[in-house]
Design a protein around this ligand. Structure first.
Ligand SMILES: [Mg+2]
Length: 293
């Protein structure tokens, strides 16, 4: 069977079933009571294109997506380890700009590796400390669902970059937010939390599956980023398809007993799966899955 038939989730489930990986359900691996580590790789042509992305922004994004997984774990980032593969003819100034982008996140690089490769490959490992890691399996009926910020800007930005449209969303696609403070605050009481990397629809389903409950999301309550509606109209897409089914917003989604200062978008109920409601009626969305076409 090919990876593209299994899909990313299916492949990970198969590794888990065979006992070859363990405790992989969360955003970051917890290997001591308070230590968490996460790693994300970016590959040219799959995760980024150098004709859209500056080397500086690429460095920032590679660090930011890892810091986002620590934020989803309620952790304070303490160090980054950076592995880089790239062609020998790459300009040294470009690679320095990439490291300057990483440095802009404020988390120090304490090691890594560089190697020759046919196309640019960048893997960042982020290490941090958390007082309490909510994980994904503790959501329960009665919890409220909150997000830390508006969604859809990254999707709209992607289309703007692709179509060479001028829109502030383009920058949002290249510069994900760092929600470390929000993550630490939510982690104090959240029953489940993750960062929205693959789309609200896909990521909500992960909480539903791991927690054994149903997540009900009311579209009217989902905060949509400025500029998204204009892009959606331009490309004849539903604004909520951009906000819920694309991903890379890197806001946090949490199931909490009390919402505090965060936007409530729905609730947890007895049952399974994710239900999106528009005007009280269910609607369908799907998310992004690596390995699938
Ligand atoms: Mg994540």
């Amino acid at each position: 069977m090919r990876l593209s038939d299994l899909g990313e989730f299916g492949f990970l489930r198969e590794l888990e079933r065979r006992g070859l990986v363990q405790r992989i359900q969360n955003d970051a691996a917890q290997f001591a009571p308070d230590l968490v580590v996460t790693q994300d790789a970016l590959v040219e042509g799959v995760h980024f294109r150098l004709d859209w992305t500056s080397w500086h922004d690429l460095g920032y994004k590679a660090a930011a997506v890892n810091i986002s997984d620590l934020a989803a774990s309620g952790a304070e980032p303490e160090a980054l380890i950076v592995s880089l593969g790239l062609p020998g003819e790459s300009e040294a100034d470009d690679v320095i700009a990439l490291y300057e982008g990483i440095a802009e996140t404020g988390v120090p690089v304490l090691g890594g590796d560089t190697t020759s490769a046919e196309r640019l490959y960048l893997s960042v490992t982020a290490l941090g400390r958390a007082e309490r890691v909510p994980g994904r399996d503790g959501a329960r009926a009665g919890d409220l669902l909150v997000v830390t910020g508006p969604l859809g800007a990254s999707a709209a930005g992607f289309y703007c970059l692709q179509e060479r449209l001028t829109n502030p969303c383009a920058r949002e696609h290249l510069r994900p937010p760092l929600r470390v403070a929000e993550g630490k605050e939510l982690a104090q009481s959240a029953h489940a939390m993750l960062d929205i990397s693959d789309g609200l629809a896909s990521d909500a389903l992960r909480i539903a599956e791991r927690s054994g409950c149903r997540l009900v999301i009311e579209l009217e309550r989902v905060p949509v980023a400025a500029g998204v509606a204009k892009v959606a109209a331009h490309i004849k897409q539903d604004v909520y398809a951009l906000a819920c089914a694309f991903g890379e917003d890197y806001e946090l989604l949490a199931a909490v007993p009390e919402p505090g200062r965060f936007s409530v978008i729905g609730r947890c109920e007895e049952g399974e799966g994710v239900v999106f409601l528009r005007d009280g009626e269910p609607v369908e969305f799907s998310g992004w899955d690596h390995f699938r076409d």
